[in-house]
Design a protein around this ligand. Structure first.
Ligand SMILES: C[S@@+](CC[C@H](N)C(=O)[O-])C[C@H]1O[C@@H](n2cnc3c(N)ncnc32)[C@H](O)[C@@H]1O
Length: 251
């Protein structure tokens, strides 16, 4: 899809919602530890790992979860400064099941948990066990029993098929090392009509620094084209950010 069509989609109407009821299955602390993935087996997809994503994910060994939290949750980071606006734009309602994929410090996990309430569920999905342990501890301290952690790997989200209404990736899509394979698993995890929300840095912006150009492997049209090719349908979005692009797809 061409760049201008994407731009047009970004300024159209509000984000839609999908509602449903479901039962809680696992306590947050039970799922935080590394272990076998809960997801169904995935048919193999021939895919070469994205070298940039492999390189940037290797950075996670350089700090612990607390160190990364300081880097993710600070004034001046656009998605932090505008976090409440971002969550409001999703129109989450009580009872929804949301996956915060690439949850990191749990910045959005906590806000999603407030939005979907005790009858909803928020899956904090990450490849780093440290982050999940921190998220589970914080959820317990905050009394957010609706938060459940899922350990992903680069092929699988760890989410059960048909188990989520909304998948949200903030600053995370460009970290996927095997996007085609992972998107197929995410597609399985979403209910029909469920939403996939992507927020990521737009490296095609004028003035983008060289390190950022190296950090994000492609411009938005390529990244969004990959998602469409994986069987997701682009849909209208009302939210606009300055540094990041926002895109919503339905399954
Ligand atoms: C830049 S952080 C973003 C954290 C959070 N979404 C935010 O915006 O504050 C990227 C996160 O993606 C995670 N990640 C990398 N590959 C992943 C994968 N295949 N599945 C889930 N998480 C992944 C990293 O461990 C890291 O926590």
């Amino acid at each position: 899809m061409s760049r201008w069509i994407w731009s047009a989609l970004l300024v159209l109407g509000p984000l839609g919602g999908v509602g449903c009821d479901h039962a809680a299955t696992t306590r947050p602390d039970e799922a935080a530890a590394p272990g076998p993935l809960a997801a169904a087996p995935v048919e193999p997809i021939a895919e070469t790992p994205q070298p940039v994503a492999v390189r940037i994910n290797a950075e996670y060994g350089k700090h612990d979860a607390a160190g990364w939290t300081k880097r993710f949750e600070h004034d001046g980071r656009e998605v932090y400064d505008r976090r409440h606006e971002i969550v409001a734009a999703l129109g989450l309602t009580p009872g929804l099941r949301v996956a915060d994929v690439g949850a990191g410090s749990g910045l959005f996990t906590r806000l999603f948990a407030e939005a979907v309430g005790p009858s909803g569920r928020v899956y904090a999905v990450d490849v780093q066990a440290d982050f999940l342990t921190q998220i589970a501890a914080r959820a317990e301290a905050d009394g957010q029993a609706q938060v459940e952690t899922r350990r992903a790997d680069q092929r699988r989200t760890g989410l059960d098929p048909g188990s989520i209404d909304v998948a949200f990736l903030c600053d995370a899509y460009h970290h996927l090392e095997l996007p085609k394979t992972y998107l197929a698993d995410l597609h399985r995890a979403l209910v029909p009509g469920g939403r996939l929300v992507i927020i990521d840095y737009d490296r095609s912006r004028p003035g983008t620094e060289a390190w950022m150009k190296d950090h994000i492997r492609a411009d938005p049209p390529q990244l969004l084209g990959e998602i469409e090719a994986a069987g997701f349908t682009p849909t209208a979005v009302s939210l606009r950010l300055e540094e990041n692009f926002v895109a919503v797809f339905t399954r």
